[in-house]
Design a protein around this ligand. Structure first.
Ligand SMILES: NC(=O)c1ccc[n+]([C@@H]2O[C@H](COP(=O)([O-])OP(=O)(O)OC[C@H]3O[C@@H](n4cnc5c(N)ncnc54)[C@H](OP(=O)(O)O)[C@@H]3O)[C@@H](O)[C@H]2O)c1
Length: 293
């Protein structure tokens, strides 16, 4: 994964859904246990995804060393209450280690702070201190747009986590070429655009609405079929984007990881198909379709 020593599975696990949807510890144990047995070795979570860290820590138990474990910091008092001060970030990382039942994570990421916060430097030095103290092996930025671009170019991060999917392609030109050049590890978040096309009507959940609207306008010919075929094309598209090392799909379902891994059996999308998706995006997407946090 970039210049890091991590050899990651292309399909990872995104830990927000298990937290926000209050999935039981028993189900998470089944979900992660089955995925690990089948080859998963990337787990991403955050300090503010409700009980996600604790659920993952409990489910992993003695299998901690089988995975690359990523978390984030910046909202230690809840999703809507950011705190980018050094002391708060370091405290949050210590708490993440306790919840994840480990003495060191593989990666800690700044959880989508603004460009102004990045420029101030205090948040980045907090992560550097955490790395120097051995709390994490690597440090990264998770976010999009101009802030992500700055994070790539500042030379202080090991990884970038950013939105990449059929409904979110800004990063393909804005940040990923620079990330590749700099040797950063790249984690694609929201890699299935939340499968927003599964909703016949505009979903009530605000988080899904932007992608749902975009996908209606993009009107990709492979979406009306829905089901596995559409997921297969969408996931293969994301993983075929140059620079992307792993795609962290969120799920609440124990069988999903194995199902999605099977959809990747044919490898990357053929170039012509990939080009058609890119061309459609370029023809339809206005500049306002920025990377979604
Ligand atoms: N700012 C940030 O740092 C940030 C922001 C957003 C996300 N993230 C990270 O990125 C991860 C992934 O993002 P996400 O979960 O929002 O988006 P996603 O992975 O694009 O979509 C997840 C959704 O797709 C569904 N899904 C997965 N496989 C499917 C399949 N084969 N068929 C039908 N539905 C399927 C899941 O439903 P089921 O439960 O039914 O499987 C879930 O609702 C998060 O967990 C988090 O770790 C980070």
């Amino acid at each position: 994964m970039g210049k890091t020593d991590m050899d990651v599975s292309v399909l990872g696990f995104g830990g927000s859904e298990i937290g926000y949807q209050r999935v039981s510890a028993k189900t998470v144990a089944r979900l992660l246990g089955g995925a690990l047995d089948a080859g998963l070795n990337v787990i991403d979570t955050a300090e503010c995804y409700e009980d996600s860290e604790a659920l993952i820590g409990k489910a992993l138990g003695a299998r901690r060393r089988e995975v690359c474990l990523f978390t984030k910091c910046g909202h230690s008092r809840g999703e809507w209450r950011a705190d980018w001060r050094e002391e708060a970030l370091l405290r949050s990382i210590e708490r993440s280690l306790k919840r994840l039942r480990t003495d060191q994570v593989d990666l800690v990421q700044l959880h989508s702070c603004s460009l102004a916060v990045l420029r101030r430097g205090e948040a980045i030095s907090a992560l550097e201190q955490a790395r120097a103290a051995g709390l994490t092996r690597y440090i990264g930025y998770s976010g999009d747009g101009a802030a992500a671009r700055w994070a790539v170019e500042c030379g202080r991060f090991d990884t970038l986590q950013t939105s990449v999917s059929i409904a979110d392609q800004e990063a393909i030109e804005l940040t990923l070429p620079a990330a590749r050049k700099a040797g950063l590890g790249v984690i694609a978040k929201r890699p299935l655009a939340n499968v927003a096309w599964r909703y016949a009507r505009k979903p009530a959940e605000a988080y899904y609405q932007e992608y749902w609207e975009r996908l209606r306008k993009l009107d990709y010919p492979f979406l009306p079929g829905r089901g596995d075929a559409a997921v297969k094309t969408a996931l293969r598209f994301t993983l075929g984007v140059p620079g992307v090392h792993t795609a962290i799909v969120g799920t609440t379902k124990p069988d999903r990881w194995r199902q999605n891994a099977a959809l990747l059996g044919d490898g990357r999308l053929p170039e012509a198909e990939r080009e058609r998706i890119r061309a459609r995006w370029k023809a339809v997407a206005p500049p306002s379709w920025e990377g979604q946090i």
